[in-house]
Ligand binder design. Structure first.
Ligand SMILES: NC(=O)c1ccc[n+]([C@@H]2O[C@H](COP(=O)([O-])OP(=O)(O)OC[C@H]3O[C@@H](n4cnc5c(N)ncnc54)[C@H](O)[C@@H]3O)[C@@H](O)[C@H]2O)c1
Length: 448
């Protein structure tokens, strides 16, 4: 009876040693993760393929839908730019079946046969579509950042919870072993007392003097603008470059920042900071993109941790702000006993023993997911909360929104993370930015 166990045990050890060598992760951690996977693996029957609809068929939405196609079938696509809907419908045609095309997500959401939504619209559309999908009882994989404003987050959480849908935020670094290891070590005091978390994000872009153009016939520009103010059409306002305009997004603060601030918060282990100040390093050009391409911010946390968030660029005329590893993108945790640096490619530490020494059995264990989209579909089946729950998405997005409010007001601000309001000096001015006016008819009533 013991032989099969010995064989599988040997196989397991070989598999972990190979995985550890390939990933650069410590063996103890890889062994633990693989063992956990063996236990939790849920096998879906081949017939258990939910019908999925993609809303927002740009770069990320299309990538997400392709990823989701491992678990279900793409039966419908929706975009306010018909060219994007056409391309997605073609891409997801399978076995002679072409997904149905929509220009208005509300029509798509009327379909009773659609179970899950993949949401890849620009930031200023996330909230209304997520709420409408929740009200239509669809489970949602929704791209980061969860929202455009702090106030929107409260509405989305309410819709998700009231309608009991499964919601995964597209902050996929939560499903990466490197970030998981870094945060778990930090949470277990491996660095002694955590003192500082530095978040480095790539700088945004500057640009102006955009050429006026007529709106392409296939593009419903007013629908694309949605809640944002009416603005003269220039191509640089919309597809992909929307992220460099405050009306639709937040620049580098909420772009890469949404990912790394989520990791910073996971490592710190608290809901939100208690103070924020920020400065523009490189101002936008006149009559161009409105978000600063380079900024630096400092946030304070109730446990005494200082969080720095700043852009890095090698060729900035204002001087490169690379960390000591020459890195421009990642998170560094520093405590009284050393530091850990982590990004999507590597994890390193001031002393390699900080990574190599296993955590004790009674250590605080963070939730494990090794496949962000897979975790969403596992939860669609189990009805549990995915690793990047709507509350996690909201609280992590708030860090970016707080920095933006500090940049826009130019004030040092105190924040109450439980009440989600600014307090003290400058609070009245800052609290005005918790929500933004929504242009009719694209306000909450539009979400049904
Ligand atoms: N998780 C990640 O790593 C990651 C990476 C890139 C982008 N993103 C996020 O994905 C989102 C999309 O980014 P992108 O770069 O793919 O943008 P994009 O401009 O390429 O795509 C957005 C698409 O949404 C469509 N759209 C806009 N309003 C719509 C509406 N009301 N209904 C239906 N379609 C609508 C646009 O026409 C466009 O086709 C952003 O929120 C971004 O932050 C996440």
């Amino acid at each position: 009876m013991s032989k099969p166990f010995q064989i599988s045990r040997r196989f397991f050890l070989q598999k972990s040693a190979l995985a550890a060598a390939a990933s650069g992760l410590p063996l103890w951690f890889v062994q633990r993760e693989l063992a956990a996977q063996e236990v939790v693996k849920t096998i879906a029957s081949p017939n258990d393929r939910p019908a999925i609809a993609l809303i927002g068929c740009g770069g990320m939405g299309t990538g997400d839908a392709q990823n989701a196609g491992r678990f279900g079938d793409i039966v419908a696509v929706c975009d306010v730019d018909q060219r994007h809907a056409d391309a997605a419908a073609q891409k997801f045609t399978k076995n002679g079946k072409t997904p149905a095309k929509y220009g208005d997500f509300r029509k798509l959401l009327e379909r009773g046969d659609v179970h899950a939504i993949v949401q890849g619209t620009p930031d200023h559309w996330h909230t209304l579509i997520n709420i409408a999908a929740a009200k239509a009882k669809k489970d949602v994989y929704g791209e980061k950042p969860l929202t455009l404003t702090i106030d929107e987050g409260k509405h989305v959480i309410q819709a998700v919870r009231e309608n009991k849908i499964v919601f995964q935020t597209g902050t996929q670094q939560r499903s990466s072993k490197r970030f998981h290891l870094a945060c778990e070590l930090v949470r277990n005091g491996r660095l002694g007392t955590l003192k500082q978390v530095e978040v480095f994000v790539p700088a945004g872009i500057r640009g102006n003097q955009f050429k006026k153009a007529s709106v392409p016939a296939e593009f419903n520009y007013d629908f694309w603008l949605g809640q944002a103010p009416v603005a003269e059409y220039v191509a640089e306002r919309c597809h992909t470059t929307f992220r460099w305009w405050f009306d639709y997004s937040g620049g580098p603060v909420t772009d890469w920042g949404a990912h790394h601030n989520d990791i910073a918060r996971w490592g710190i282990g608290l809901d939100g900071p208690v103070g924020v100040e920020a400065r523009v390093v490189t101002p936008p050009l006149p009559d161009g993109y409105t978000t600063p391409s380079e900024f630096a911010a400092t946030l304070t946390w109730a446990n005494g941790v200082e969080q720095i968030v700043k852009t890095t660029t090698a060729d900035s005329p204002f001087g490169a702000v690379l960390d000591e590893h020459g890195q421009r993108n990642g998170v560094k945790f520093t405590g009284t006993a050393g530091w850990i640096w982590v990004n999507r490619d590597e994890i390193t530490a001031s002393d390699k023993q900080l990574l190599l020494a296993p955590l004790p059995d009674n250590a605080v264990k963070l939730e494990v997911s090794n496949d962000h989209m897979g975790n969403f579909f596992d939860c669609v089946r189990s009805r549990k909360d995915p690793i990047a729950s709507v509350e996690n998405g909201h609280r992590s997005a708030c860090i970016g929104h707080l920095i933006i409010i500090a940049l826009r007001t130019g004030r040092k601000l105190a924040w109450n993370p439980a009440q989600e309001v600014f307090t003290g000096e400058g609070a009245a001015e800052a609290n005005v930015h918790l929500a933004r006016p929504m242009r009719a008819p694209y306000d909450y009533r539009f979400a049904g």
